[in-house]
Write a protein that binds this ligand. Structure first.
Ligand SMILES: N[C@@H](CCC(=O)N[C@@H](CS)C(=O)NCC(=O)O)C(=O)O
Length: 298
């Protein structure tokens, strides 16, 4: 039986409603998990398509909702937004709160296989399977057959990998095997995490097989080189991003072009002078919502 949702808060916003819920998450080992959902006004009369936003390191379900500037355009397009948290909370795994880029606030959108983490650190299952099922069971009027995904930094990695995994056979790992998402986009994503300090730290901790285990499942640059179908991907990054050395957008672009994905399928835009912050994200928020609307409303 699906767990019941408890409403934490609700605010009218751009003629729609932003609501925060919490529930007992079985994917996260029976811990309380919170998320925000924005429903545009037209959800009162029919189910609406949905765009899932995955936030970055140190964030919660609130950062994107409060600072992303996504709602005005989502309301205009009639698209719902779902904002999950970035990790389980209160799992009490030793070391979980020792650093800002691992453990709490840094789930990396994997299903952990290391025994110390595997009971709770399953953000991939939480985002891709559990949240859609729980939201559907609660009668929230979202049409999950029209779903796309986007994110920032670690969440950009999450969006790209969840999207690309859905093109590949089960050999790519556990999780969604059908084409779950229509399009993916990212702000400053960690594109090649198996060679980035953030990624190698996360994979070495959460995965029993470490970086080797991550290579074919959780590295967008590896995944894009194996996908032959048409893809719909938009990436923006700033040239003044202090974390560019963690992101490697050029590696992703090169792998995409070598695999035959042209500029229509994979667009990577370098934005002059922008940094890694929500000032950058909110500047290009509108472009990303309208990009996804093309596919969600097709
Ligand atoms: N804590 C890190 C920065 C972490 C950071 O930049 N986090 C990004 C995601 S990777 C973020 O979205 N932070 C929260 C915010 O800006 O609201 C530092 O001090 O260097």
């Amino acid at each position: 039986m699906a767990p019941s949702l408890t409403q934490v808060s609700s605010n009218k916003h751009f003629e729609g409603t932003l609501t925060k819920y919490k529930f007992k998450s079985s994917a996260l080992g029976d811990l309380d998990a919170a998320f925000n959902v924005f429903l545009p006004a037209n959800a009162a009369s029919a189910k609406v398509p949905v765009l899932v936003y995955l936030a970055g390191l140190t964030c919660t379900e609130d950062n994107g909702a409060q600072k992303g500037s996504f709602m005005k355009d989502a309301a205009q397009e009639g698209i719902a937004l779902v904002f999950p948290d970035t990790s389980p909370r209160g799992a009490n795994v030793p070391g979980e709160d020792d650093s800002w880029d691992f453990g709490s606030g840094a789930g990396f959108y994997v299903n952990a296989t290391h025994p110390a983490w595997s009971k709770h650190y399953n953000m991939r299952a939480h985002v891709a399977q559990e949240l859609p099922a729980v939201i559907e069971a609660a009668g929230i009027p979202i049409d999950w057959s029209r779903q796309s995904i986007f994110g920032h930094s670690m969440g950009g990695h999450g969006a790209l990998t969840l999207y690309l995994q859905s093109f590949l056979p089960p050999a790519a790992g556990p999780g969604p095997n059908e084409r779950q998402y229509r399009s993916a986009s990212a702000f400053s994503p960690i594109c090649n995490p198996t060679i980035a300090p953030w990624g190698t730290k996360a994979f070495s901790g959460y995965l029993e097989g470490g970086i080797e285990e991550a290579r074919n499942v959780y590295d967008a640059t590896q995944l894009i080189s194996r996908v032959k179908e048409n893809v719909h991907i938009l990436i923006d990054y700033g040239t003044a991003d202090n974390f560019l050395f963690q992101l490697n957008p050029d590696n992703f672009l090169k792998a995409a072009r070598e695999a035959g994905h042209d500029d229509v399928q994979v667009r990577v835009r370098s934005q002059e002078g922008y940094d890694h912050s929500y000032y950058f994200i909110s500047t290009f928020a509108s472009d990303h919502i309208h990009f996804h609307a093309n596919f969600l409303k097709a």
